[in-house]
Ligand binder design. Structure first.
Ligand code: BES
Ligand code: MN
Ligand code: ZN
Length: 511
């Protein structure tokens, strides 16, 4: 979609359809008032006869009369001014966009006035938020639908023009709009990968996608095959790959955006189990089809790398994506098997369905070799996380309070929320091995924590956080206007927010 910015007063702008927010309990003020004046009080009349109050996410579609230049006006309630956050605004513009789409709009206009967020943000940030809301709400997964069923979805919105009140704001809004577009496209890319089935998105498919990034000078990609995985000593990851005939891949992507080449990277690690049947400890068949999204963590990391390249963030980042199917077969790992991880620690694989921590253990040890300033892993790791936090928060664990709070702050700021769980030593006896150093399951209690504590054994002293996205990377029903049902693409906005902030903090360490 083409994103542009223009300045001017709303009653004079001409076009197909304008989305405009109104606060609750403030009547018609500001730009809406100038439209009302042009309509000689007509807007006020419509709103009062309709009972439109501006309640959060309330919408009304209006056909303004001349001399107002737009053919359609979608008013969206923003709720009370004091309550408006960036995320509520994203939801509101998403709602307005859905209405505009339904009536066949192809060129969308969106009001972008820094007064909306008052002191909570600049016009750059506002433009970013609005474009994210527009693009994310328009997401549909129709890759496998025929032309006929695609046509039922109606016309496509091909452009979005942000209207700022003053010409001086154009440059900043343009910049924010382009950032919003890059980020939203990253999220949409991740949704596409996670919604696609396991017979399409295989480890090889993900590796190919990663290789495409290597076209950019700042990016280097290396793919390790099954034989390399074994030879390097990643015994835990290798064990998970034993049951599948689909070639596993260990994907390494290095992004060098920092001018200082020696600057230590941030390491991102993403679980990419392209299908999790459970292996010999096979899962029940109900909803097993959903386990195609067990590669969400890896997809998110891939999406983040794509956005980094677009935004050219001045930072070094290395991404590690261990990818495989988890399948039962005559060659699959048996429950009870003992393997040696890349770290040297041994693990007794009591349950082959607790496979995520096995491949992450080796990926984290591999990541540590880069001496990163921070390691962040994302994984659909435990069903227990859904029990603990439901679908509204990412499970957040780690070994460094400062990093934990930075990540949590980044999540609050972008509307991808996280909630901390402890990794106290007291939980360790649950994962202490009988015949090996560790076992890969810790019993029913605190399942998310024992999984996190297992990972902690492989990170050493490096500041690290683990994000359990099992409850947040997939919604069986739409959550709101900009998160439709299916894959959410969670983590892209969070990590980009975190990485932009670290690039700004700019503490070049060359150790
Ligand atoms: N991929 C699953 C976790 C999962 C469950 C993600 C539901 C999304 C939704 C993971 O590999 C798994 O199977 N975990 C087991 C661990 C158990 C065997 C200790 C689980 O949560 O049941
Ligand atoms: Mn599993
Ligand atoms: Zn899994």
């Amino acid at each position: 979609m083409e994103i542009t910015v223009t300045s001017g007063s709303l009653e004079k702008v001409s076009g197909e359809c304008l989305v405009l927010g109104l606060f609750e309990g403030e009547g018609i003020r500001g730009p809406a008032a100038s439209i009302d004046r042009a309509m000689e009080g007509g807007l006020k009349k419509i709103l009062s006869s309709d009972g439109f109050e501006g309640k959060f996410l309330e919408t009304i579609l209006i056909r303004p009369t001349a001399p107002v230049g737009v053919k359609r006006l979608v008013l969206v309630g923003l709720g009370e001014r004091g309550e408006l956050s960036a995320d509520r605004l994203r939801q509101a513009v998403g709602k307005g966009t859905s209405v505009a789409k339904k009536i066949g709009t192809t060129a969308l206009l969106v009001h972008c006035d820094p007064k909306l967020l008052a002191k909570k943000g600049t016009v750059t940030e506002l433009a970013q938020v609005l474009v994210e809301g527009v693009l994310l709400s328009l997401y549909r997964f129709d890759r496998f639908k025929s032309k006929e069923s695609k046509n039922k979805e109606g016309k496509e919105i091909k452009s979005c023009t942000l209207i700022v009140p003053d010409e001086k704001l154009c440059v900043d809004a343009e910049q924010g709009g382009q950032a919003g577009k890059a980020i939203a496209e990253g999220v949409r890319y991740v949704r596409d990968l996670c919604n696609a089935p396991a017979n399409i998105v295989t480890p090889g498919y993900l590796a190919k996608e990663a290789t495409l990034l290597a076209e950019h000078d700042e990016v280097q990609v290396e793919i390790l095959e099954r034989a390399n995985i074994k030879k390097l000593g990643m015994g835990a990851f290798h064990a998970v790959t034993l049951g599948t005939e689909e070639d596993p891949k260990f994907i390494v992507i290095e992004y060098r955006g920092s001018a200082s080449l020696k600057s230590r990277p941030v390491a991102l690690v993403g679980k990419a189990v392209t299908f999790d049947s459970g292996g010999i400890s096979i899962k029940p068949s109900a909803n097993m089809d959903q386990m195609k999204y067990d590669m969400s963590g890896g997809a998110t990391v891939l999406g983040v790398m794509k956005v980094l390249v677009e935004l050219k963030l001045p930072i070094n980042v290395v991404a590690l994506i261990p990818s495989t199917d988890n399948m039962p077969s005559g060659t699959a790992v048996h429950p009870g098997d003992v393997v040696t991880t890349l770290s040297g620690k041994t693990v007794q694989i009591d349950n082959t369905d607790a496979e995520g921590r096995l491949l992450l253990a080796d990926a984290l040890s591999y990541a540590a070799r880069y001496k990163p300033t921070a390691m962040i892993d994302l994984a659909t790791l435990t069903g227990a996380c859904v029990i603990a936090l439901g679908h509204h928060a990412i499970g957040l664990m780690g070994n460094n309070p400062a990093l934990i709070s930075r990540i949590q702050g980044a999540g609050e700021a972008c509307g991808e929320r996280l909630w901390p769980l402890p990794l106290w030593d007291e939980y360790f006896n649950q994962i202490e091995g009988d015949v090996a150093d560790l076992k890969n399951v810790g019993g029913r209690s605190a399942g998310t924590i024992t999984a996190g504590l297992f990972l902690k054994q492989f990170v050493g002293e490096i500041p690290w956080v683990h994000l359990d996205i099992a409850g947040t990377s997939w919604y069986s029903d739409a959550r709101h206007a900009y998160i439709p049902k299916g894959a959410t693409g969670i983590g892209v906005r969070l990590l980009i927010n975190y990485l932009s902030a670290s690039a700004k903090r700019k503490k070049p360490s060359t150790k």
